[in-house]
Unconditional design. Structure first.
Length: 228
């Protein structure tokens, strides 16, 4: 009545205004009620993880359910199953070159991966049951082949060390040993090794003529100092 008398509203307009005000109040109440904060229950997996941490009391062996074990769980570094080694098979084999083999492979496995030994290859000095190590070279059927890593050759000389005046083997010599020859530097030594890898070794000293960088004069100087 006060609003009607104050504003001069008719009863019908006053009723409409009242309906609007009531509707606005209901809408506001509904809005605030739906937006009120509600407690949220943690997922079951998070709850289980918290319980596991509490029961483990900080123990390093406690793991969150479903989590993948770290690298230290179940195996030590470097001893993971399924590892591979890389070896260089050279000499009288059908497919000389780099071979990727499972860890723990033996010399016989390297021969098989290289296609087997060629006809006439001398395998009597090759221990085919020896376990291979990563990065080693297996020379097949070549004279003067070095013994296994850590072994000794004839006369007690350590492998890789030639005696005084001993010729250098083109089939097994390293780049450092080839560089001890007159006129052979790092580049030419690498050419000699590349030719050996591509052709499966040297069958005679005369094949040095085919190596890039070796002419007739240098070949004459090297011929008495090397063997196939």
């Amino acid at each position: 009545m006060w609003v009607q008398l104050r504003c001069g509203l008719e009863p019908r307009a006053l009723a409409a205004l009242a309906v609007v005000l009531v509707g606005a109040a209901v809408f506001a109440a509904t809005h605030f009620w739906s937006a009120r904060p509600e407690p949220v229950r943690a997922p079951d997996r998070v709850t289980e993880a918290a319980a596991a941490q509490e029961s483990g009391a900080g123990s390093p062996s406690a793991q969150v359910p479903g989590a993948t074990p770290g690298p230290d769980a179940g195996s030590s570094a470097g001893a993971a199953p399924g590892g591979q080694i890389v070896v260089d098979v050279s000499g009288m084999v059908r497919r000389p070159g780099i071979q990727h083999l499972p860890a723990g492979s033996r010399v016989e496995d390297a021969l098989r991966a290289a296609g087997g030994a060629r006809e006439g290859a001398d395998l009597t000095t090759l221990n085919r049951a020896r376990v291979l190590t990563d990065g080693e070279q297996v020379a097949v059927g070549l004279p003067g082949a070095p013994p296994p890593p850590g072994g000794t050759g004839a006369g007690g000389a350590v492998a890789g060390q030639a005696g005084p005046g001993a010729p250098v083997s083109l089939g097994t010599a390293t780049a450092e040993q080839l560089e001890t020859l007159p006129g052979v530097g790092p580049v030419l030594a690498q050419h000699i090794i590349d030719y050996r890898t591509e052709h499966g070794g040297y069958r005679s000293v005369d094949e040095l003529r085919e190596v890039n960088g070796i002419g007739d004069r240098r070949f004459a100087d090297l011929r008495p100092l090397v063997t196939p």
